[in-house]
Design a protein around this ligand. Structure first.
Ligand code: G6P
Length: 367
């Protein structure tokens, strides 16, 4: 079970397909419909302690760091607590100010990543409180934290993380909901989020059912030597994670950029040889995003747009991938899944071993 392919399919593929089940497990027993909140017993923080949190700092590496950025948005939006994510590897090499009323969150699939572990130890040595969002039970990071949330994704073997990432997102959504409901988040908003979270497993299934179309788009992108992945605000960490996955397994240069910053540099590189994968949810920023897509199209840049049905892309000759609608705050998860499939099919088309990308290790445990 631990190694190699299953039914001739790469592990990455079977792990992507397991996501509805792993997300279901990550949610199980943690939603409270009556009080429209989440219960995360492992945090070992009571309501008074949760209310005392003035800032949230999320630390992780690689894909865990990008999901951490999604998590920071969720916490700011739902709990209205200033939150940000930083690469644990950078955090521990500068001289960070550790604040007593900041909640530090370490996020890691393996629970063994040395940079994240040493960041946790540094924070704790200086008196900060750290909770872990970790998949592997009893791992070094889980043991080093004051409390935490296990992800219950199940064993993840492929180097490119998929099902662990989606459960990390769910972990952050639960944390944001619980932090929000002991502060200003209304019952109505709490209910909205509880219902949205419950819909996720079936909606991820729907995205996976659209594989054929995404496979075509991925195969079409494979010949490009260089690509951009762009998004704005909630969509930006999705673009970062999409680019990460793409470069990890296709070995193509995939660069993520804020949609809003395109005109401040990268537009110079847009051409028919440089495709752009754009993350354009139906939200308060859609018009701005579609305007930026026109800038790309005007320079002949091929476009793949991950979006919602009903978003009007006008005359743009874009390949579109529609994902199901949920609550806006939860959009990043559903937008992330097609980008996994996109990278996977590009890598397959190039003949790469997607489970064991060159030069990478599943968890980096040495400095
Ligand atoms: C390695 C892997 C990445 C992964 C990162 C963090 O660099 O190549 O895919 O995101 O470690 O791993 P973790 O186990 O801490 O989530």
């Amino acid at each position: 079970y631990e190694h190699g392919q299953i039914d001739g399919r790469p592990r990455m593929y079977t792990e992507m397909l397991e996501q509805p089940a792993s997300v279901e497990r990550a949610l199980r027993g943690r939603l409270d419909e009556r009080f429209a909140t989440a219960h995360l017993g492992g945090l070992e923080m009571d309501a008074r302690e949760l209310r005392a949190v003035r800032r949230v700092k999320i630390l992780g590496c690689g894909s865990a760091y990008y999901v951490g950025q999604m998590g920071a948005s969720l916490i700011e939006e739902l709990a209205r607590i200033p939150a940000d994510a930083e690469a644990a590897s950078e955090f521990r090499y500068r001289s960070p100010v550790i604040e007593p009323d900041t909640l530090y969150v370490a996020v890691s699939q393996s629970g063994e990543t040395i940079d994240t572990l040493l960041a946790v130890e540094e924070v704790r040595r200086k008196g900060g409180r750290v909770i872990g969002l970790v998949n592997v039970v009893g791992s070094a990071i889980a043991r080093a934290c004051d409390g935490g949330i296990y992800l219950h994704a199940g064993p993840e073997i492929a180097v490119a993380s998929t099902k662990a990432l989606t459960t990390m997102f769910v972990g952050f959504a639960l944390l944001a909901l619980q932090l929000g409901r002991v502060r200003d988040l209304s019952v109505a908003d709490g209910r909205r989020l509880v219902a949205g979270l419950q819909k996720l497993p079936a909606q991820i299934e729907q995205v996976l059912e659209g594989e054929e179309r995404i496979a075509q788009a991925g195969t079409a992108l494979a010949p490009a030597e260089s690509l951009f992945f762009v998004g704005r605000v909630r969509g930006y960490p999705v673009a970062r994670e999409g680019a990460q996955k793409f470069k990890e397994i296709s070995y193509r240069h995939a660069e993520a950029y804020q949609m809003s910053e395109l005109k401040h540099g990268p537009l110079a590189l847009i051409s028919p040889e440089v495709p752009t994968v754009a993350v354009v949810p139906d939200d308060e920023l859609t018009d701005r995003n579609v305007a930026a897509l026109h800038e790309i199209a005007a320079r002949g840049g091929p476009l793949v747009v991950v979006t919602h049905a009903g978003v009007d892309l006008g005359e743009l000759a874009a390949e579109r991938i529609d994902v199901p609608r949920n609550e806006r705050e939860l959009d990043p998860l559903l937008l992330t899944v097609p980008l996994q499939l996109l990278a996977y099919h590009a890598a397959l088309a190039l003949g790469h071993d997607v489970d064991k990308p060159r030069n990478l290790a599943k968890s980096v445990t040495v400095e």
